[in-house]
Design a protein around this ligand. Structure first.
Ligand code: ATP
Ligand code: MG
Length: 369
């Protein structure tokens, strides 16, 4: 097992013209389940390839545990096969002519691992992945989810220092994805193997990660636990990237009235709590961006308590609640409502949970409160 450290790692694919990774520094702790999250093209796979040694960065250092594995300036580069890393990609390929058992043991045989040891490891992993009954089948005789589990098992039997997964569940349907996600997380924590998991799917990140590294344009926007990022996003990008449905955003003016601070826009007028008022001290008369998560809006009894007055545009049943889309001015605001008697087109009053307002600078989008 090992930690992973990047010190100022830069990568460009076009001889330095555009930097795909920009001085990336990060640390994945030993035994941690870390997710590299971010929109398509932000550099997640590129960063992962630097760990695996599939790519030589222009500059910077990569450590696996205490071992310096990449430092081009110092002419250090440890070959991928010497890094004891296992990788699984979305387009994993099993050997079609080999049984599941053979697929899982083949890599260990080429490493000349003792036969009894191979059998022990393969059987253990088969049990962990609930594929014991499939061991004598060929890949063509398996479902997508079963094949995926074999691919994971084949990688894990090698007992790697680091386990790298690049969008490994992309080919599975939603239900299977949920199941494999759960199993993978369980196995990872049982084995305690340091894992980096690449995805652009925020739900996968939120449900699986001990540590999320959220990237954009080759840089880290924020890192921390899923709740660090969800409850206290550093900027508008992070706030919008995490959470479904997305956070509601309003461009509001900061107004001082009767010694209190209000946020006002054509769609919403709300007072703020003292701590937020203090954070907004220098913004009086200026505009800021207000973010409210759909689960932090609820129906107000009285018009006088209302921050938003709106008509219900559409509703989606979630089972135990509705996602309600309301129209106010030119904007559609989303909130989660557990009152199943709410009627379409009716006018309602909404109030936010004042302790959960997210305030951002309008220009750069950086968090204020
Ligand atoms: N071999 C390459 N040659 C040139 N440009 C590349 C190469 N590989 C990646 N890129 C570019 O580098 C950027 C980052 O690519 P990368 O594959 O790391 O993104 P990603 O975050 O994994 O995206 P996705 O979620 O779509 O897989 C992209 O703009 C991509 O076009
Ligand atoms: Mg990728």
């Amino acid at each position: 097992m090992a930690s992973i450290t990047f010190n100022n790692v830069s990568v460009s694919y076009d001889r330095g013209k555009t930097k795909t990774l920009k001085d990336l520094s990060l640390e994945v702790k030993d035994g941690e389940f870390c997710v590299f999250l971010g929109p398509s093209g932000c550099g997640k796979s590129t960063a992962m390839h630097c760990i695996a040694g599939l790519l030589k960065p222009d500059s910077g250092e990569v450590y696996i545990g205490d071992q310096l594995v990449t430092a081009m300036e110092k002419k250090v580069f440890v070959q991928p096969q010497q890094r004891n890393i296992a990788m699984v990609f979305q387009e994993y390929a099993l050997y079609p002519n080999m049984t599941v058992r053979k697929n899982m043991s083949f890599g260990l045989q080429t490493l000349k691992v003792d036969k009894a040891e191979i059998e022990k490891r393969v059987n253990y992993m088969a049990k962990m992945l609930s594929i014991e009954h499939l061991m004598e089948r060929k890949p063509a005789e398996l479902s997508g989810g079963q094949r995926q589990r074999v691919a994971l098992g084949r990688a894990l039997v090698r007992d790697p220092n680091v386990f790298l997964l690049d969008e490994p569940l992309g080919n599975l349907d939603a239900k299977l994805r949920e199941q494999v996600r759960y199993e993978l997380k369980k196995i990872q924590s049982e084995l305690g193997v340091t894992t980096v998991y690449v995805t652009h799917d925020q739900t996968e990140a939120m449900t699986m990660a001990d540590h999320i590294i959220l990237m954009r344009d080759g840089m880290i926007m924020q890192e921390g636990t899923p709740s660090d990022l969800y409850d206290c996003p550093n900027n508008v990008f992070v706030a919008s990237f995490l959470g479904t449905p997305q956070i509601n955003l309003f461009d509001c003016r900061v107004v001082q009235k009767d010694g209190r601070i209000f946020l006002e826009s054509p769609e919403i007028t709300t007072v703020v709590e003292d701590k937020d008022a203090a954070a907004l001290k220098d913004y009086t008369g200026k505009e800021v961006t207000l973010g409210i998560r759909p689960s932090d809006l609820s129906i107000a009894e009285n018009e006088s308590d209302a921050a938003i007055k709106a008509a219900i545009d559409s509703m989606e049943l979630l089972g135990d609640a509705y996602l309600v889309y309301v129209r106010t001015g030119n904007k559609v605001v989303i909130f989660k409502n557990t009152d199943l008697n709410t009627k379409l087109n009716s006018h309602i009053f909404l109030k936010p949970d004042l302790s959960k307002l997210h305030l951002f600078e309008k220009e750069k989008g950086d968090r204020i409160n």
